[in-house]
Design a protein around this ligand. Structure first.
Ligand code: ASP
Length: 322
């Protein structure tokens, strides 16, 4: 009499276990990590930190919602970066810093880890959201990068919003460039995401460095330097002294070390940041790998960043290293 009962219990337990295993298989990890610049943040009081948190949380919400609903990592990083470009607090889009000539020249790039394609714009001064134009360069042209007036001509042709340069006017940023050659505004923005289909994407946007030479282009629009995404490995966005990121190919290095040396994301990002430090560069990188692991490393006092995945609750940090 007892045996059939035991058999039924065993069969029920077994099917429950199989069910759990099967349903776990169906859950693909997804998530997004965002940065809002790296540096000393020495002038940040609590109110300013709260504004960074509000901005980054808004961008996280937009990006995470897209991923949660099954949308693409490309759409998630685009939405997140657009939000940060529209906030004057960050050094991208609306809040872009001034060059030595008191002009504003913005750079941005985006990369799709699935196709390996990327798009970028550099030295644009009338494009409201440079990341949207970078994405169109990737999707609608045979090229990877368009610059200044050529990029703006393309924007006009395809209906990407152009604004009068006065839209970017900022007394605070003007004072900054006039006051001191050393007064760096932080706040380059970037995002890296993994979607439920396993596709990785990354995007970066910046006004560059305060008091930069007119015509100077940094790492942010250079694929491999400031932005990289490669399915099966990782997606990366960097912030910091761009000239070094270009020389070291910092963003791609993170994924290539994983690819060629079999390092984990954690090991790889630690090594890449130590290379920046050795070279004398200040900066940081955010990244997500194809399993949804997140890494945010920097050698500056702080890096404003936030992340959320289906495994990790929403987190915002500036100074703490992990
Ligand atoms: N990497 C940017 C540049 O060099 C600046 C920054 O991230 O702060 O243009």
């Amino acid at each position: 009499m007892e045996r059939p009962i035991i058999k039924i219990i065993l069969i029920t337990l077994f099917s429950l276990m199989v069910g759990v295993i099967e349903s776990n298989d169906e859950v693909s990890n997804f998530g997004i990590v965002i940065h809002g610049g790296a540096g000393s943040f020495s002038d940040l009081d609590e109110k300013a930190i709260n504004s960074y948190e509000t901005g980054i949380n808004e961008a996280l919400s937009a990006g995470y919602k897209i991923l949660e609903q099954g949308g693409s990592s490309l759409d998630a990083v685009t939405a997140a970066v657009v939000i940060l470009e529209d906030l004057p607090l960050f050094n991208a889009g609306k809040g872009s810093v001034y060059t030595e000539m008191e002009t504003q020249e913005m750079d941005s790039s985006i990369m799709d880890g699935e196709s390996g394609k990327g798009g970028a714009v550099a030295g644009v001064s009338k494009v409201k959201n440079p990341v949207l134009l970078a994405r169109k360069v990737m999707e609608k042209t045979e090229h990877v990068m368009l610059i200044s007036s050529g990029a703006e001509k393309f924007a006009k042709e395809i209906g990407i919003e152009l604004v009068d340069p006065s839209y970017f006017y900022s007394e605070k940023n003007l004072k900054r460039v006039r006051k001191s050659k050393e007064d760096e505004k932080l706040g380059t923005v970037g995002a890296a995401a993994l979607d439920q289909s396993g596709n990785l994407a990354a995007a970066t946007s910046t006004g560059g460095r305060t008091n930069k030479m007119t015509g100077r282009v940094g790492d942010s629009p250079i694929l491999g330097a400031g932005t990289w995404a490669q399915n099966g490995l990782c997606a990366v966005s960097g912030t910091g002294h761009g000239e070094y990121f270009m020389r070291l190919l910092t963003a791609a290095d993170v994924c290539k070390l994983m690819e060629y040396s079999g390092l984990s994301l954690e090991e790889s990002t630690n090594l890449v940041v130590s290379k920046l430090t050795q070279a004398g560069a200040e900066g940081g990188i955010i990244s997500i790998d194809s399993n949804g692991n997140i890494s945010a490393k920097f050698n500056t006092k702080g890096m404003a960043r936030g992340y959320q995945t289906n495994q990790i609750p929403r987190t915002f940090r500036v100074y703490k290293k992990n």
